[in-house]
Each structure stands twice: as structure tokens, then as C-alpha cells.
Ligand binder design. Structure first.
Ligand code: NAG
Ligand code: NAG
Ligand code: ZN
Length: 313
């Protein structure tokens, strides 16, 4: 897999004027749907809107303005958009007429290279880094997996590197937590390339694993992610921990612990979906970790594969 993200090739793309700089993004929250396999965004949107453009991001992209939640598509020479399957974009909460696109969010369809389970019940944490992440790091005594949102990586680079230094695996959760099947091919590329740049500029590595927000993935999204060498990671069990943050709360911590104890007692294996975006979900995550114990695996260990496409340190 070739990664020609050199400043030179970017400068070339920019020179050709093949992208337009989006106006400061109209930030929007994607609402929860009632579908069993969708997750609510627990990303702090108001936090993301105020992030200044860091110098390294200007250096990488040649852009001066913070792109907000809708980063511009920057063409990359290893991505051939004509080779992407032609399934039309579909908004969150809608499904294609048939199963041919292998949608996980609609049909729980899994593709050959998806990581969707684990030999040991293992936690995973989405939507960070956040101000609550360090507490989780202090409370865990095993390695786990964090799927980070690019805008939050830019906001909390030190916390990102703290996760890395604690030996955890870092995966990609897009730039701004969009429902990917609802986007154009160019927008999907942008969501992935910008989050990869943020992770690499911060942690000096290129992610191998990505978790599609809301489980929104189909063969069009997968094929674009494969061009970056990435594979989708899904999950077996959803704690719905974010429901502790709805008003009024629609889930309690003790309900989460009961669910986890039940999964454990039934001898289940697999990946558990949690979030490190809130103090409440972090506190729950620490407690869940105590219930499950330290034999947990990272996603890469679950599927006996590599942590990153490439590391630079
Ligand atoms: C990743 O960072 C390294 C230096 O740390 C750089 O050489 C490389 O071009 C970067 N790759 C991408 C895709 O950002
Ligand atoms: C979201 O971020 C804003 C601004 O930093 C902060 O005031 C607010 O408390 C945060 N909300 C949550 C739920 O973390
Ligand atoms: Zn998420």
C-alpha cells in the first residue's frame, strides 16, 4: 500500500485547484436512530467548533483556515474514485433496497476483511480523545483500543499521545463523526484523509483500523477505506453507555454493569462498544474493566494482525 501524502504531492494537488475550501462548517448533530446497530454521537460538537488551525495542519494541507466538520477533499494519487462501487449515498436511518452493498448498519452484513469479534470479551472506546480520557487511562490495567475522532485529536494532542504511551491501540473514527454512507465518495475520502493526517502528525503512525460512526459502513465505504490500507472494525455488544447522557438519562450505570456481567457469565466472546467522551461513560468503562478483567485484547490482537500500517518512531 503506497502512501504518497508528501507535502510535494499535496502541493501539486492543491496547485491543480482540484478542491475547494469549504466555508466554516455548519455544525450539525446526527440524531440517534432507533436501529439496533447505530450509535449516537457522543462527540462534543461545541468543543470541535472552536479549535484553531494548528501549524502542522497548514503545513500538511497547505490550507490556512480550520476546515470545521466538513474538510475539503484533497485528491490523492493512490485513490481511483472510478474504481469505487456505485452505490448511491443514503442518509442516516435509510437503507438500500437490497443487500448487495453489504451494509452493516442496515443488515449487519460483514465483509471478508471486517474485524467484528474477538476471542475474549474486550472493551473498545470511541469518540475521544476527550478531557475525560486521562481518567480512563489511569483506571485501566490492560491494553484496549481507542477509535479517535480527528477533530478531537487536533484538540487534545497530548491526551492522544498519552493513550499511545500507555500502550493502547489507536484507530480512526473519521474526522468529524459523519454517517459515511450518506456522503459522496469525495467526502468519504476527506473524512478519512484528514483524520489520518491528524493521527500521523500527532502520534507518528498511520492507522490500520477504523470504526465507522453509527456502524455506517457498506461496500462503497469499505472500498475507499481499503485504498488507505484500513479495515473496518464493528462490534458484538453495545453498552449504550451514551444513553446515560440523554435527558432524562435512558440508561443507568448499574444497567450497563448487569449487561456486562450477563455477557461474561454466558461465556460470550467479542468486542464491546463504549465511549471515552464523557465522565459518566469513562467511569462506567473503568468499572466494566474491573468486571471483565485484564485478559482483554486490542482489536489487532483479536484478529492477530498489525497495529498500524506504518509507524515513524
Ligand atoms: C506521517 O508522518 C511522517 C513523519 O512523522 C511523514 O514522513 C509522512 O509523510 C506522514 N504521512 C502521512 C500520510 O501523513
Ligand atoms: C462541551 O464543550 C464545551 C466547550 O468546551 C463545554 O463547555 C461543555 O461542558 C462540553 N460538554 C460536555 C458534555 O462535555
Ligand atoms: Zn462514535
Amino acid at each position: 500500500m503506497r502512501f504518497n501524502f508528501t507535502p510535494l504531492s499535496l502541493a501539486f494537488c492543491i496547485f491543480k485547484g482540484r478542491f475547494t475550501l469549504a466555508a466554516p462548517a455548519e455544525l450539525e448533530t446526527q440524531g440517534a436512530t432507533t436501529h439496533h446497530f447505530t450509535e449516537l454521537s457522543s462527540v462534543n460538537i461545541s468543543m470541535m467548533a472552536t479549535t484553531p488551525m494548528p501549524k502542522w495542519l497548514s503545513d500538511v494541507t497547505g490550507l490556512k483556515e480550520w476546515p470545521g466538520a466538513d474538510p475539503p477533499y484533497i485528491p490523492l494519487d493512490f485513490i481511483d474514485l472510478k474504481a469505487i462501487p456505485n452505490f448511491p449515498p443514503r442518509p442516516a436511518g435509510t437503507c438500500p433496497p437490497d443487500r448487495s452493498s453489504c451494509s452493516f448498519d442496515c443488515f449487519k452484513c460483514i465483509s471478508f476483511d471486517d474485524a467484528y469479534t474477538c476471542p475474549v470479551l474486550s472493551q473498545t472506546f470511541d469518540d475521544g480523545p476527550s478531557a475525560s480520557t486521562p481518567k480512563l487511562l489511569a483506571g485501566l490495567d490492560h491494553k484496549t483500543t481507542f477509535f479517535t475522532v480527528g477533530m478531537n485529536v487536533v484538540r487534545y494532542p497530548e491526551i492522544y499521545n498519552q493513550i499511545k504511551q500507555n500502550g493502547h491501540l489507536l484507530g480512526c473514527h473519521t474526522w468529524s463523526h459523519k454517517f459515511l454512507p450518506g456522503l459522496t465518495n469525495e467526502q468519504i475520502v476527506a473524512q478519512l484523509e484528514w483524520s489520518i493526517w491528524a493521527m500521523n502528525a500527532t502520534g507518528a503512525h498511520l492507522p490500520k483500523w477504523y470504526r465507522p460512526p453509527y456502524g455506517g459502513v457498506d461496500d462503497r465505504v469499505r472500498q475507499i477505506a481499503r485504498a488507505f490500507g484500513m479495515q473496518a472494525v464493528l462490534w458484538d455488544y453495545d453498552t449504550f453507555d451514551w444513553k446515560m447522557e440523554t435527558s432524562p438519562p435512558s440508561k443507568t450505570a448499574s444497567q450497563i454493569f448487569n449487561d456486562v456481567k450477563h455477557w461474561k457469565a454466558s461465556g460470550s466472546t467479542g468486542l464491546i462498544l463504549e465511549h471515552d467522551a464523557y465522565a459518566s461513560t469513562v467511569d462506567a468503562g473503568i468499572e466494566v474493566s474491573k468486571i471483565l478483567g485484564t485478559s482483554q485484547m486490542t482489536v489487532a490482537e483479536c484478529v492477530d494482525s498489525i497495529d498500524y500500517i506504518k509507524t515513524y518512531d
